[in-house]
Design a protein around this ligand. Structure first.
Ligand code: SF4
Ligand code: SF4
Length: 204
């Protein structure tokens, strides 16, 4: 038998054995979050089945589902974000979006709809009054996030968005789409660090 084939079989057999060893190690601690993370990391070995929905795979940083709009939170006198007690989310201080419309232009299935805000005199303002994304038409390509010149639209990791109705609840408005910059920092730490470094370099 060729050596390559034997090596392949040896590798497969070792994965099978490691799977059972892993199961034994996790006996009685199936849903322990720390162990689950370890098993999904590069230190994990063997093959295992994710017991969804009790367990969920941790999405990698560049995983992309529906886009979200990044906003800077309103700050109190101590410079801390103000939280809305009704939603538990930081209050919007400023949307990063300037309603330039580039994301809507590059979106292949044309599922972004933006209405630019205006002054009382009717002059256009660099901010969105309305912003909609039809999440059933979005094909999760991430082009909107790639092309946005203001780092204001990013791809989210939330993927459990199924529903019984698609015409109202699946057309996300500006409230459903808006998430604080701290959320972007949390799910995209590498991107966030790069963007912050670029921002600081521009200020110099
Ligand atoms: S490209 Fe960015 S700034 Fe321009 S409209 Fe889209 S999200 Fe807003
Ligand atoms: S991810 Fe792609 S399809 Fe979805 S809104 Fe952005 S550009 Fe459009």
């Amino acid at each position: 038998m060729p050596l390559g084939l034997l090596n392949g079989l040896r590798y497969t057999a070792s994965r099978v054995v490691k799977t059972y060893l892993g199961d034994f190690k996790h006996l009685g601690r199936r849903y322990d979050e720390k162990l689950f993370k370890e098993r999904q990391s590069v230190r994990g070995s063997g093959i295992f089945t994710v017991q969804y929905p009790e367990e969920r795979l941790i999405p990698p940083e560049n995983f992309r589902f529906i886009p979200f709009l990044v906003y800077e939170p309103a700050l109190d006198e101590n410079g801390q974000p103000i939280t809305d007690p009704a939603t538990g989310k930081p209050v919007i201080g400023k949307q990063r979006c300037t309603a330039c419309g580039i994301c809507a232009k590059v979106c292949p299935p044309q599922c972004i709809w933006i209405v630019r805000a205006t002054t009382p005199e009717g002059k256009p303002k660099p901010q969105p009054a309305e912003f909609y994304i039809d999440i059933d038409i979005c094909m999760n390509c991430g082009l909107c996030a790639e092309f946005c010149p203001f780092d204001s639209i990013k791809m989210d990791h939330v993927y459990e968005l199924a529903g019984y109705e698609r015409y109202i609840s699946h057309v996300f408005d500006i409230h459903a789409l808006s998430k604080p910059a701290s959320y972007h920092a949390q799910i995209h730490p590498t991107d966030w660090a790069r963007e912050e470094a670029e921002r600081k370099a521009k200020k110099k």
